[in-house]
Design a protein around this ligand. Structure first.
Ligand code: MN
Ligand code: MN
Length: 299
């Protein structure tokens, strides 16, 4: 067990994870669905938050990846604890607000809750998208450092929209990695966690890297792992990840939560931080602190 972090350092890493996620989303969204060679031809190396992309975003604007994580965190604050009904209601209100983007599997799950009150999506082998794993940060923070609670929260939030074996494995692995980072784990230790995932589910193999960054959860995580483990700082991890293209806002958001919590808030380039909306930034930081303070570790 790594040395225990004090409350302030834990809060700081939680804030950096939330902010890192939003930065990765805002950065990657510009090049979402482009190929790596299209990005290279247009930008050389793409490294600035400029908005645009297929969603025609404002610079710094975030998408469904950040917004669905915010829904979970807001539901926890509103109800004073974990409630999948409350999360489903937040998702429903968000979908009604006509968000800039929403994945097909997520939309189907939320509609099913709105029409029938469904909280458990039926198993579907084809629902292996990354929509459940992209919102793993709030459940990881709220359950810290309890592995049993992490599993319960991870799968309950996933089931609102996703019920698929690789999606579940991905949620649990990213959740465990976040717990380890919050305990101060090294990349060598994190690599063992990923090696265990790959041993059980070879689809997640990233060494050799297949250069696929699709929305299929195994391709998404392979890209995140490849660039997270190679990168020497937050910027290098994120730039590598999003320049792979494909589902770049989602690979960016997931890499951003890992690298954000790993390198801390001071590791996030100031020029990127400045692009985020002030109000969004302050809400992200408040929610992050609320979640870790309400976790078994904080309470
Ligand atoms: Mn998105
Ligand atoms: Mn995406």
């Amino acid at each position: 067990m790594p040395p225990h972090l004090d409350t302030e350092e834990l809060r700081q890493r939680a804030r950096a994870a939330f902010v890192g996620m939003a930065i990765g989303d805002a950065l990657g969204a510009t090049v979402e669905f482009m190929t790596a060679s299209e990005i290279a031809a247009k930008y050389g190396v793409f490294r600035e938050i400029i908005g645009g992309g297929w969603l025609r975003l404002k610079p710094g604007q975030v998408t469904d990846d950040t917004e669905m994580a915010l829904c979970i965190a807001r539901a926890v604050v509103k109800t004073g604890g974990w409630s999948r009904e409350a999360i489903a209601r937040e998702f429903a209100a968000w979908l009604k607000s006509r968000p800039v983007d929403c994945g097909d599997t997520c939309r189907r799950g939320i509609r099913s809750f709105m029409l029938h009150g469904t909280l458990d999506a039926p198993y579907n082998e084809w629902d292996g998208g990354n929509g459940a794993v992209m919102r793993m940060l709030p459940p990881a923070l709220l359950s810290f450092p309890d592995g049993g609670l992490l599993k319960k929260y991870a799968l309950e939030q996933a089931r609102l929209t996703h019920n698929q074996v690789q999606s579940d494995a991905a949620c649990l692995c990213i959740g465990s990695m976040l717990h380890l980072i919050l305990q101060g784990a090294s990349k060598n230790r994190l690599r063992k966690e990923v090696d265990a995932l790959v041993a059980g589910h070879q689809q997640f193999g990233f060494d050799p890297y297949r250069k696929l960054a699709t929305a299929y959860v195994a391709d998404t995580l392979a890209t995140v792992f490849h660039y997270f483990f190679r990168g020497r700082d937050f910027e290098e991890c994120l730039v590598g990840t999003v320049n792979q293209g494909g589902d770049a806002d989602t690979t960016g958001a997931i890499c951003g939560m890992l690298a954000g919590s790993y390198y801390g808030i001071d590791g996030i380039p100031k020029r990127w931080l400045k692009k985020l909306d002030r109000q969004l930034l302050s809400e992200l930081e408040q929610l992050a602190v609320h979640l870790v303070d309400a976790s078994p570790d904080g309470s």
